[in-house]
Design a protein around this ligand. Structure first.
Ligand code: KG4
Ligand code: ZN
Length: 358
C-alpha cells in the first residue's frame, strides 16, 4: 500500500511516496533557499509563487522515482497547517485536484505530526521501532513543542515556546552576527571551535507551565553582548562573504570570525541545548517515556544529537536522517497511514489552517 504525500507549508515544495512497511520509495524536495536567502528570511508572496512553479514537476518526479502511478496509490496526503496560508494552499489545491481526478481518498496531515513521523520512519528503517508512550520534541524554525505520543498516534501537548522557536533564535543570532540565513547550520558547524564555558547566559525561568520554553531572553542577552563590543568590522566582513548569494565554506567563516565570537557561538549553542534537554528529561520522566523522538530542522544540530544520545539512561533517542529532519513530504505520507487505517478522510472543502495546533 502506498501513499503520496505533498508538503508546501513554508519554503520547501515536496512530494514523496511511502509504503505501509515504512519504506520511503521517493522523496523529492525543491528548496527555495536561493530565493529567500538574500532577504534574510522567507518572503511569503515569493514562497507561494515558487510553490506554484515547482509543484507539478515535484509531484511528477516523486511518482516517477517511486515507479508509482496515480491509480496504484492508496491515498493522497497533504499538509493542512500550520504554515503560510498562501504556500499551504498550493499543496492543498493540487492534492485535492489529484484526489478528485484519480478518485483517491484525501488525507489532511498536521505539519508537526509529520515531523514526529520522520523520527518514527527512521527508527523503523533501523529495525528499532519506537516504543510507547514516547516523548516527542519538535524543534524547527517555527516550533519548539513537546508532546506525549501514544501508540495510536494521539498527542498531548506538554510544553511549547512562548516566544521564539529554537531555530528562530539561531536564525536571529546568526543574522545579528552577519552569518546570513538560515543561520542554524552555520552556527552549529562553528560551535565546536569555541569554548562553551567562557560566557554564562542565564536559563529561562518559566512562570506557570515549567515545560514551556522561552528563547527571547537569550536572544536579547546575545544582542547586549554584541552591543558591548566593537564587532562592526568583523560583522561587515562576514556580510561581504555572503555578497552575491555566496555560500562560504567552514574555512572562510573561521577566517572571518575571531576566537571571542566563536566562544560566544559555542556558549549560545550550549545554552539552547541545555534549555531543550532540561525539559526533555523532566517530561520524559513525568510520562514514563519508553522512547524520545527529536525532530524538525534543529534536530540536525550536531551538538544536540550528541547531548541527547546520552541524556537519559535506558531510553532510546530517535532522530530522523538529516534529509528527513528538515521539511519533506515523506513524513506527511507516513503520518497519513494511521489516519487511513482509522478511516479519517478530508473533504474537498479542506483549506489551509495557518495556526493549526496538534
Ligand atoms: O523544519 P525546518 O526545515 O522548517 C521549519 O518548519 O521551520 O527548520 C528550519 C530551521 C531553521 O531555523 C534553521 O536555522 C534550523 O532549522 N536549523 C538548525 C540546524 N539545521 C537547521 N538549527 C541549528 N542547528 C542546525 N544544524
Ligand atoms: Zn517543518
Amino acid at each position: 500500500m502506498r501513499i503520496l504525500g505533498i508538503e508546501s507549508s513554508c519554503d520547501e515544495t515536496a512530494a514523496a511516496v511511502v509504503d505501509s512497511e515504512g519504506v520511503v520509495r521517493s522523496s523529492v524536495v525543491a528548496s527555495q533557499l536561493d530565493v529567500h536567502g538574500k532577504y534574510g528570511g522567507v518572503v511569503p508572496e515569493l514562497a507561494s509563487r515558487e510553490h506554484l512553479r515547482a509543484i507539478v514537476v515535484v509531484v511528477r518526479d516523486a511518482l516517477a522515482q517511486a515507479e508509482a502511478r496515480l491509480e496504484d496509490l492508496a491515498a493522497i496526503a497533504v499538509t493542512e497547517g500550520p504554515g503560510l496560508v498562501g504556500s499551504l494552499l498550493v499543496g492543498i489545491t493540487y492534492a485535492k485536484a489529484l484526489a478528485f481526478a484519480a478518485d483517491k481518498p484525501l488525507i489532511a496531515v498536521n505539519h508537526l505530526e509529520g515531523h514526529i513521523h520522520a523520527a518514527v520512519l527512521e527508527a523503523r528503517r533501523r529495525g528499532q521501532p519506537v516504543e510507547f508512550p514516547a516523548l516527542a520534541l519538535v524543534v524547527s524554525g517555527g516550533h519548539t513543542h513537546l508532546y506525549a505520543v501514544q501508540e495510536d498516534f494521539r498527542y498531548r501537548l506538554l510544553g511549547r515556546t512562548r516566544d521564539d522557536a529554537a531555530g528562530e533564535a539561531y536564525d536571529k543570532v546568526a543574522k545579528l552576527l552577519g552569518f546570513g540565513y538560515p543561520g542554524g547550520p552555520t552556527l552549529d558547524r562553528l560551535a565546536p571551535f569555541g569554548d562553551p564555558e567562557r560566557f554564562r547566559f542565564s536559563l529561562a525561568k518559566m512562570k506557570g507551565n515549567a515545560l514551556d520554553f522561552s528563547f527571547s531572553g537569550l536572544k536579547t542577552a546575545v544582542l547586549r553582548w554584541v552591543e558591548a563590543r566593537e564587532l562592526a568590522g568583523e560583522i561587515q566582513a562576514r556580510r561581504e562573504l555572503l555578497r552575491g548569494g555566496g555560500r562560504p565554506g567552514l574555512e572562510a567563516w573561521l577566517r572571518a570570525t575571531p576566537q571571542e565570537t566563536l566562544d560566544l557561538i559555542a556558549c549560545f549553542q550550549r545554552t539552547v541545548i541545555e534549555e531543550l534537554m532540561r525539559r526533555v528529561r523532566v517530561s520524559a520522566a513525568e510520562i514514563g517515556a519508553r522512547a524520545i523522538l527529536i525532530t524538525g530542522g534543529v534536530a540536525g544540530n550536531a551538538g544536540l544529537r550528541e547531548t541527547a544520545a546520552r541524556a537519559i539512561a535506558g531510553v532510546p533517542v530517535h532522530f530522523p536522517t538529516p534529509e528527513l529532519s528538515t521539511d519533506n513530504a515523506a513524513m506527511i505520507a507516513a503520518a497519513a497511514f494511521p489516519k487511513l487505517l482509522r478511516g479519517e478522510r478530508a473533504g474537498f472543502e479542506l483549506t489551509a489552517k495557518a495556526n493549526l495546533g496538534l
